[in-house]
Design a binder for this molecule. Structure first.
Ligand code: NDP
Length: 488
């Protein structure tokens, strides 16, 4: 029997909604329905799908405030931040729909000397049914980064939102179904981790998972049972490097936003700052001035909302506690910054590099600030992590050079959170931050398989794939290959 669960507003504790916990049988039934829908949706032309995705975009654009209110109610982010998140998603829908034919459609591939009689083409075909498992921290932008790219490529989707934001997920699915009523091209399943696990074990053709590194490992193990492929967008411990010639006012403003917006609950949020010794003191003063002006709370004027998951408060507390116990100092906030489900901005200095505050994802409005000798040390410390999602560099002259030396999937230079706003750029990480890409051409191909076709146009002078091959033709092949490759 299907049971239910409640969602509570993290700021007020008020009931935000009740949703069913879909069982493995429910999930299997949804995937079976999606199979039929995928055949229909995948059979439409790119233009027909683009037209429907444009209508979906229109509904989202017109009802942004309604959706933002729902997000605010479920996970606590300020209403204006929620509206911005919706706005930034719209460009992705437009880009994916417009570029799908160019990126995925059949195109010519080059042939070689021995295959000059062939016409080679490649096309990217939809996988079929994609299971999307989303987090709560960006409950619109993040799952849509998988959903709309999968749809533009011709797949059907079964979406399992986080148990903290099922209403936001339901809104998105309902809006899509209003403009595509013919078949269940996008379906919602709600519940807890067990529902997500059931989706991984179902007959989907791929899982697009966004969430923590620990859960990704479980998802990967479940997917392995059926050899179901996986794109994993996981956590990070992003570094922010401030070079000696950086614009310090801009860097301080950006660091506070990157570390504390969304209450620090951003996968690409800054958690560690490495600042050139020549500007450390001046930068820290500016950082504290900006961070000190921000206030977390549940009221409409608070620029920083509450922490969404009650269990995360203990993680934040333990990271601050470890930093302080190991010789670090809180120059803003600290352990007393945590009241109920609200955490005030916290800046920690002199924190040892092996403290969990520096090594593990904190997911709160906290920053560690570390003085470095030079760019080399900044790069070495930024890279000294198993994560590799994003990074930020502020430097007047060496931005791209520093970016080039960082081991991570995305780098923002003299700006923050800029690359996810550019739909043509792939989004994703390396190491413990996951694998595969959403957004951009890579994000479209992620939900496809390549199909190569080589058509023989006429018989070549050298018949190679026949038992009738002669010693003469073997000798000729040997000669040609020696000519082509032997001089290397
Ligand atoms: P979780 O890993 O806790 O959950 C992610 C999703 O997986 C949720 O829908 C969750 O469901 C589901 N889930 C839980 N257990 C299982 C299981 N055994 N099998 C399948 N699915 C399961 O992450 P959070 O929701 O807490 O999100 C925060 C994390 O996401 C952070 O680490 C953040 O860095 C990362 N993130 C990464 C992004 C990226 O693009 N790289 C973007 C945004 C966030 P339920 O909630 O119901 O338990």
């Amino acid at each position: 029997m299907t049971t239910g669960f409640e969602v509570r507003n993290p700021g007020t504790g008020d009931l935000a909604g009740e949703y069913p916990v879909h069982t493995a049988a429910d999930v299997q039934a949804a995937v079976a329905r999606a199979r039929g829908a995928a055949a229909w949706w995948g059979g439409l032309t790119f233009a027909e799908r683009a037209e429907r995705l444009a209508k979906f975009r229109g509904v989202m654009a017109r009802r942004t405030q309604q959706l933002a209110g729902l997000m605010h109610n479920e996970m606590g982010k300020p209403h204006s931040d929620a509206a911005l998140e919706v706005a930034l998603s719209l460009d992705h829908i437009a880009w994916a729909a417009k570029n799908a034919p160019k990126v995925l459609g059949r195109r010519r591939a080059g042939v070689g000397m021995l295959t000059a009689n062939q016409r080679a083409t490649v096309e990217y075909k939809p996988l079929g049914v994609i299971g999307v498992i989303g987090p709560w921290n960006y409950p619109v932008f993040t799952p849509l980064g998988s959903i709309v790219y999968a749809l533009a490529a011709g797949n059907a989707v079964v979406f399992k939102p986080s148990e903290f934001t099922p209403g936001t997920g339901a809104w998105l699915v309902d809006a899509f179904n209003q403009v595509v009523p013919e078949h269940p091209v996008v379906q919602l399943v709600t519940g807890d981790g067990s529902t997500g696990a059931a989706l991984c074990r179902s007959a989907v053709d791929k899982i697009a998972f966004t969430g923590s590194t620990a859960t990704a490992a479980k998802v990967m193990a479940a997917c392995a049972e059926r050899l179901t492929p996986l794109v994993a967008e996981c956590g990070g411990k992003d570094a922010f490097i401030v070079d000696e010639d950086a614009d310090l006012d801009a860097a301080a403003d950006a660091a506070v936003w990157a570390g504390m917006a969304n209450a620090g609950q951003s996968c690409i949020g800054t958690e560690r700052l490495y600042v050139h010794a020549a500007v450390y003191d001046e930068f820290l003063a500016k950082l504290l001035a900006v961070a000190g002006e921000q206030r977390a709370g549940s009221d409409p004027d608070a620029k920083i909302g509450p922490i969404t998951m009650p269990s995360q408060l203990e993680v934040i507390r333990s990271h601050i506690g470890d930093a302080l116990a190991r010789g670090g100092r809180a120059v803003l906030g600290g352990l007393n910054a945590i009241t109920g489900q609200v955490v005030q901005p916290t800046v920690l200095v002199d924190v040892p590099e092996d403290s969990v505050a520096v090594t593990e994802e904190t997911f709160g409005p906290t920053l560690t600030v570390t003085r470095v000798r030079d760019r080399d040390e900044a790069v070495a410390l930024a890279n000294a992590t198993g994560y590799g999602l994003g990074a930020v560099v502020y430097s007047a002259r060496h931005g791209n050079e520093i970016a080039d030396r960082l081991r991570c999937g995305m780098v923002a230079v003299n700006g923050v959170f800029n690359y996810p706003q550019i739909p043509s750029l792939p989004f994703g990480g390396v190491g413990k931050s996951g694998f595969g890409r959403i957004h951009g051409p890579d994000g479209l191909r992620e939900f496809c398989y390549a199909q190569s076709v080589a058509r023989q146009r006429f018989s070549g002078p050298l018949a190679l794939t026949t038992f009738g091959r002669t010693a003469k033709s073997d000798a000729l092949v040997g000669k040609i290959m020696t000519l082509l490759h032997g001089r290397h």
